[in-house]
Design a protein around this ligand. Structure first.
Ligand code: FE
Ligand code: FE
Length: 173
């Protein structure tokens, strides 16, 4: 597909994020399992449910704009998921691994926030009012998830991770 119109770019990006979301329905439960903190587990489990809803919402968007539901391989999300997986496979202190899980998840959310922000704006410009509203709803969910992860990090997980390092340094002395 040549990108000779905003319409085409919009459809391409829609297929990309659709594939990204599909990947996340598999990655998020793994992240929930890997998390030590019960609150973090809960956040990942809740966002898995939300992600399933976001996929349904994207299917409505495809319909709204008269396109068949189709995914295009999202290499960006593949990379982010792969990096997260590598971290989960590493040995380490659970508190530090939780901080790493939050960092991975926030990178993922920021990717999605950028994607949905662009898609929403393109939909508005193309006159797809209904689609723009649906995309805005998902954008807000992604932003709320990012905020929640911040709250969890700042609410103790990062500090606990920091204290693990400090304890080890003392032991080495
Ligand atoms: Fe999402
Ligand atoms: Fe998300």
């Amino acid at each position: 597909m040549s990108l000779d119109s905003l319409e085409k770019l919009f459809i391409e990006e829609l297929r990309d994020i659709y594939h990204a979301e599909k990947q996340l329905t598999r990655a998020l439960p793994r992240m929930a399992k890997a998390a030590e903190s019960a609150e973090l587990q809960e956040a990942f489990t809740l966002h898995t449910k939300e992600t399933e809803g976001q996929i349904k919402r994207l299917e409505r968007v495809f319909k709204e704009v008269g396109q068949a539901v189709r995914a295009k391989r999202c290499k960006g999300m593949e990379g982010l998921v792969e990096e997260g997986k590598e971290k989960m496979e590493e040995e380490g202190e659970p508190q530090v691994l939780d901080a790493a899980l939050i960092a991975s998840a926030q990178k993922i959310e920021h990717y999605e926030i950028a994607a949905y922000g662009c898609l929403r704006t393109y939909a508005e410009l193309l006159g797809y009012t209904e689609a723009a509203q649906l995309l805005q709803q998902t954008l807000e969910e992604e932003e709320a998830t990012d905020k929640k992860l911040n709250t969890l990090a700042e609410g103790g997980i990062n500090e606990q991770a920091a204290s693990v390092g400090a304890m080890e340094e003392q032991e080495e002395e």
